[in-house]
Design a protein around this ligand. Sequence first.
Ligand code: CMP
Length: 132
Amino acid sequence: MEKTFVIIKPDGVKRHLIGQILHEYERNGLEIADMKMIHADVDTVKAHYAEHVEKPFFQELVDYLTSGPIVILVLQGEDAVARVRALNGATNPEEAGVNTIRALYAVSLSENTVHASDSLESAEREIGIWFN
Ligand code: CMP
């Protein structure tokens, strides 16, 4: 049994997609172990995206994630990390597979509706940052 960390980003919340996104995870056998709607603060988002600090889009990423309410959740299930990544689809919605969450809902690379941990180590780290 694995746990992974997910963010429903401001574009997902704003466009009333929380229910549909949660339904997609739940109907695929993932269990919601923890969940909260919050307005993220800058320091938490910077800690979360620390690996991108040198990237040209870092400031845009931080500004975006703090621009409105988000939903943070912990999903659990067998192979949860890989399965949630597969359900989300590629980071760039133009490259996301048919019927993935990002193919269906994402607006752009930055407004790509959801984030999910890319490994078990990242999941542990991210859950620790957001649910401390
Ligand atoms: P996420 O899975 O949350 O992890 C890092 C985020 O950075 C990614 O989704 C994208 O939303 C964002 N991102 C990646 N590349 C770019 C880019 N070139 N321009 C803007 N945002 C980006």
